[in-house]
Write a protein that binds this ligand. Structure first.
Ligand SMILES: C[S@@+](CC[C@H](N)C(=O)[O-])C[C@H]1O[C@@H](n2cnc3c(N)ncnc32)[C@H](O)[C@@H]1O
Ligand code: SF4
Length: 351
């Protein structure tokens, strides 16, 4: 049976239109959205202050949404929990809960799979299955909050999928998650990570959102980036970097460059100097990520010494650099790995 549209996909305005079209008073929309977005209800029956007739009519047209936690893996190292979530049509995605000193962050998936085929990433190994809807991103947050008892205050779109390849849903999700009638998360607490789809970066720029744009660079020249991030053949560095500079200038928001350090591939001092050269003049921050090994991709991580030497070169050139904390190698931390093991029928252990 086809799944009805998720009611959590709708903004307040859209829900008001739906509700009046069904012949019901407009004010019911605010009540319904409060249950769905702010309280995370996954059943119309939960809406106790909404008349039965309204609930029945909505149930005929919409699904209340919701995802099922299939598995949950706690990292032994820090408070990082990886969730394997089943969507209403049976597709499976991963989301991660991370604890930082400033609160809890959820790392969400924007697509089932990905069609970008980056060499370091397990998400794209089988290509794209489908886009997620805005409501399915909201559902991921609620599943994590309910399963962990933690309140999420920051969002990073760094799970499986390329957010700018699912542009409309991603932008609508940002509208919903930051809405005062919803989870009311500040735009400043949302980070969108992209492999670099240049026309979409410009489209996003014109929305002038206060979110952080993170760009997955991973290489300081086209020859290497073509191998690691194939979209570079379409939008090479001479297009991508000016777009990042324009984005930072237009929005007044510093761009964050993600650079995964892959042992023996992109982590020499020469690479670091080259990187410092190409980013000159861009208002940015550099985030170094010790790569999570993906055996299927032949990816291994740089040594701690190489990571620190790389960082030191960039800092000496005046860049602000952080090394992203390791996400728990014991929980198949690289994006898409837990899902792949699940799909392959490997037994996962809930700790
Ligand atoms: C999975 S992607 C999702 C967001 C978006 N598609 C992108 O590429 O930025 C999030 C980040 O994880 C990085 N990543 C993927 N596989 C990795 C690995 N094995 N080790 C470290 N980082 C990895 C990506 O390159 C990207 O910077
Ligand atoms: S790194 Fe991002 S864009 Fe590349 S395959 Fe993975 S999810 Fe897709």
């Amino acid at each position: 049976m086809p799944v009805l549209p998720n009611i959590k996909d709708l903004t307040l305005e859209e829900l008001e239109r739906e509700i009046t079209a069904l012949g019901m008073p407009k004010f019911r929309a605010a009540q319904v959205i409060d249950w769905m977005q702010r309280k995370g209800a996954n059943s119309f029956a939960d809406m106790t202050n909404v008349p039965g007739e309204v609930r029945e009519r909505l149930a005929g047209k919409f699904s209340p949404g919701g995802v099922t936690v299939l598995d949950k893996k706690n990292s032994r190292k820090q408070e990082t929990v990886k969730f394997l979530l089943e969507l209403q049509d049976g597709q499976v995605v991963e989301s991660v809960l991370m604890k930082y000193h400033y609160g809890y962050t959820a790392c969400l998936s924007t697509q089932v799979g990905c069609r970008m085929g980056c060499r370091l990433c397990a998400s794209g190994l089988e290509g794209l299955t489908r886009n997620l809807t805005p409501g399915e991103l909201i559902d991921q947050i609620w599943a994590i909050q309910k399963a962990s008892g933690r309140r999420i205050s920051r969002i990073v779109l760094m799970g499986s999928g390329e957010p700018l390849d699912n542009y409309e849903a991603t932008v609508k999700f940002i509208e919903l998650v930051t809405a005062s009638y919803g989870l009311n998360i500040s735009q400043r607490h949302v980070t969108l990570s992209t492999c670099g789809i240049v026309p979409r970066i410009y489209e996003l720029m014109h929305l002038r959102l206060a979110i952080t744009l993170a760009v997955s660079l991973h290489a300081p020249n086209n020859a290497l980036r073509n191998q690691l991030v194939p979209i570079n053949k379409v939008y090479p560095l001479e297009k991508l970097l000016p777009a990042c500079g324009d984005y930072a200038e237009y929005t007044g928001r510093r761009v964050s460059f993600e650079y995964a350090l892959l042992g023996g591939v992109n982590d020499t001092l020469t690479h670091a100097r080259e990187l410092a050269g190409i980013l000159r003049g861009i208002h940015c921050h550099i985030n170094l990520i010790p790569a999570n090994p993906v055996p299927e991709r032949g990816i291994s991580r740089s040594t701690t010494g190489d990571v620190h030497a790389f960082k030191a070169v960039l800092e000496k050139k005046g860049y602000r650099v952080t090394v992203r904390r390791e996400m728990g190698l014991d929980i198949d931390a690289a994006c898409g790995q837990l899902r792949r093991r699940f799909a392959a029928g490997e037994k996962t252990v809930t700790r």
